[in-house]
Design a protein around this ligand. Structure first.
Ligand SMILES: [Zn+2]
Ligand SMILES: [Zn+2]
Length: 338
């Protein structure tokens, strides 16, 4: 088969690789229907994370089951499936508590930008749709495997409630999906922080009521202006930089909550400041598996359209161009089709 391999910052190649095989009885092999480049893939691509030896890339996927291990009974060959970037058995105590992304048997996916993928813990990770979805539904289902599930978790972690005010920091695919989630969870006011016209438009179409294009302390001041001087009930931090986290903490009202889902890079939270702020913090990799059945239904019923975050579709063999386009911010998110 063929797949993406990263060698160095800026150097992603499309190469012939060994076909994946069932290793454990809980594995499945899927034929990729669609995969994509994630904002978090850009950290190593930009040299902000060490790469080490050349290795395959990709953790977002939908596909058709090709083969299952002996203990996989929930899905069968031929079915269309959606999974999560973090695999889970769905039975351990952490899974039963709803924290599948902290499963005691968790393995993170990292080989999905390829024709075929081995899914560890397939019995607990994969959810099959009743029928093969129409082509138009595929991007939305692919978004559910990470960015929509992550935006959903950000909104839940920030405790978005009906009638509340939510701020979304970050206008990448996760931030845009966070707007969808805040709207679905009933936020009355949704302030999207974005300085890019096309992303502002999409945020408004997804349900944002206000756009703040300022950043840093100026951005915080604008949010305060819009929230009676006290800050928002819920803030979804969808970037992961020191600046975005500071902006999120300072935009939250006393008693409010920050849901942080951008993988932190050099983020430091000051204990004194947190102590006196009365702001609640919860983040981490989203337990996407917990939300899959619900989010798949919302996509297939047409209630939400997170697939619109894909503004570039490329054949899988042009995966390197997908990275480049996202790195240069020509694209929000690149969908790849084998
Ligand atoms: Zn991702
Ligand atoms: Zn588990």
């Amino acid at each position: 088969m063929r797949g993406a391999v990263i060698y160095a910052p800026g150097d992603v190649r499309f190469e012939n690789l060994d076909d994946p095989e069932i290793i454990n009885p809980t594995d499945a092999i899927i034929r990729t229907v669609a995969t994509c480049v994630c904002g978090s893939d850009l950290w190593p691509y930009r040299g902000a994370e060490p790469i080490g030896d050349p290795h395959p890339m990709g953790h977002e996927y939908v596909g058709i089951v090709e083969e299952v291990g002996a203990e996989v009974t929930n899905v069968k060959p031929g079915q269309f499936v959606v999974g999560s970037f973090a695999t889970s058995d769905n039975t351990c105590p952490n899974c039963r508590n709803g924290w599948q992304s902290n499963c005691l048997h968790r393995e993170f996916m990292s080989t999905c930008q390829a024709d075929y993928v081995r899914i560890p813990n397939a019995h607990g990770t994969l959810v099959a749709t009743d029928e093969h979805p129409d082509a138009e539904a595929v991007p939305g289902l692919l978004a559910v495997s990470d960015v929509m599930g992550t935006g959903w978790y950000a909104a839940l972690a920030a405790e978005v409630k009906p009638g509340s005010t939510a701020v979304v920091v970050g206008d990448g695919a996760v931030g845009l999906c966070g707007v969808i989630a805040a709207k679905e969870l009933g936020a009355e006011r949704i302030i999207a922080m974005s300085r890019h016209a096309s992303r502002q438009t999409l945020a408004l179409e997804f349900g944002a009521t206000d756009i703040v294009s300022e950043r840093g302390e100026e951005g915080v001041a604008r949010v305060k202006d819009l929230t009676g001087g006290i800050g928002a009930d819920s803030v979804l931090e969808c970037v992961g930089t020191a600046e975005s986290m500071r902006q999120a903490l300072h935009s939250t009202r006393p008693g409010g909550n920050v849901g942080f889902v951008g993988v932190p890079h050099d983020v430091r939270v000051d204990g004194q400041e947190l102590f006196f702020s009365h702001v609640g913090l919860r983040g981490g990799p989203a337990p996407v598996r917990a939300y899959l059945p619900d989010l798949i239904d919302r996509v297939l019923s047409g209630r939400i359209s997170p697939g619109r975050v894909f503004d570039l579709t490329l054949p899988l063999d042009q995966v390197a161009e997908g990275y480049k386009a996202m790195d240069e911010r020509r694209s929000v998110k690149a969908l790849l089709k084998p």
